[in-house]
Design a protein around this ligand. Sequence first.
Ligand code: PXL
Length: 278
Amino acid sequence: MKRIVTIQDISCVGKCSLTVALPIISAMGVEASIIPTAVLSTHTMFKNFTCKDLTDQIKPITAHWKSEGIDFGAIYTGYLGSFEQIDLMKELFDEFRTEDTIVFVDPAMADNGKLYAAFDEAFAKHMATLCAKADIIVPNITEAAYMTGMEYKTVYDEAYVKELLQKLAALGAKISILTGVSFEEGKTGVMGYDRMKDEYFYYSHERLNVSYHGTGDVFSSTCIGAMMNGLNWKEAVQVAADYTKECIRVTLEDPAEPWYGVNFEQAIPYLLKQLGKM
Ligand code: PXL
């Protein structure tokens, strides 16, 4: 059985980060080990959330794992709360990376042209230095613009997206995957770039005209989970994009539609069918 370690916060309510990654990765038949970087009462889109930082636990946890000889097929980082946590992730990559490990960085920090409440531009630039050490990065267009210094656009063409991908690739990751890329009305998708092969890949599907929190985490967890199931990055991107869309679709159908996250739980049977597991 493959094992992923994912490092991000626990938002106790809100369906994002670890409360999404754990169930999705587990449902895909992959062991999910975690390092919770902070415990929040909710994600940061709620007002008055509490937050207990757990940075001081990261080193003792990894030191114990090292002494036990624990290893991972993939290391997946999501929302991180500080410069220090980013630097600790670099050390963790160096300590646990082998030839076969996939280091997957989701620089979760911004969307719709804006940084999340806790972050500023300097943080985005520092996150770029973590992306430099990854095999695969999965920013959305906002995060990519902040990390590369390119202008954020809502109306753009293929040349803009390819330039963003080139600048992301220049940071250092092998594969850069840009989410939320839409070239035509009613459709959205994902464009990836493989730096070694100088090859682009685009996958699009129907766009549901609504936006929920946590969908980036659904996408990333599914993508790395699919790769641990033996899919290559292009196949994994398609499974992850389709599942994320299905999560949004079932959420829209829910009369008690939660504004703070998607009903990813209800779409797990769909995901397992896509993976040929049901
Ligand atoms: O990836 C989304 C996310 C994760 N963790 C926390 C957040 C958010 C988005 O707002 O606030 C704490």
